[in-house]
Design a protein around this ligand. Sequence first.
Ligand SMILES: Nc1ncnc2c1ncn2[C@@H]1O[C@H](COP(=O)(O)OP(=O)(O)OP(=O)(O)O)[C@@H](O)[C@H]1O
Length: 194
Amino acid sequence: MNDLVVLDAVSFDLPSGRAAALIGPNGSGKTTLLRCVVGADIPDDGDVLFDGERLVESDPKVRAAMACALDDADFFPELSVVEHLELLARAHGVAEPGEIVAEVLTELDLEDQRDQLPVTLSSGQRRRFTLGACLVRPHRLLVLDEPEQRLDVAGRAWLAEKLQDEKAQGCAILLASHDPQLVDAVADIRIELG
Ligand SMILES: Nc1ncnc2c1ncn2[C@@H]1O[C@H](COP(=O)(O)OP(=O)(O)OP(=O)(O)O)[C@@H](O)[C@H]1O
């Protein structure tokens, strides 16, 4: 039995159109907190509320609103980049996903990789693809674990601008980050862990 307490007395509100950044050293509990928020881990105590009700990951309202990028592992290995993004958008109610998928591929500079299988992408391209998967579907809450990871300089600049655009459109963003520049550019609320 491991009695390590990772998170204790963490509390914050995240309104629409705002971003909260979890910051802190390696092992301070950022990913654990994100996993509790999205329902991948169950806290021993405390609640996560969404629109005032306890957040249940399987609730259709939550599934429709929350787009998460916690790691790069969740791919359909047999679908190409474009097929994957179109399938995901359709699954979330986008009847004609061609336009939004093309837009996101252009923004992420992944047009030349559209027909590749995810496993053949470079690690930075895979991170772009993971972020793209959040962006092709309707969302009003983005949960992102170190979204800057493995992005090149241009990719990081794009990310900061994109997250600001998302906020301007009313999206709430909860992210963990080790990038002070990204946090400075995007975060309205800072939650220091560890
Ligand atoms: N499945 C697990 N079993 C045991 N301990 C775990 C598990 N997952 C996380 N931990 C521990 O919980 C603590 C917090 O880990 P977490 O991944 O949340 O940190 P983090 O702040 O995201 O770190 P990093 O900046 O390195 O990504 C660490 O001490 C870690 O070893």
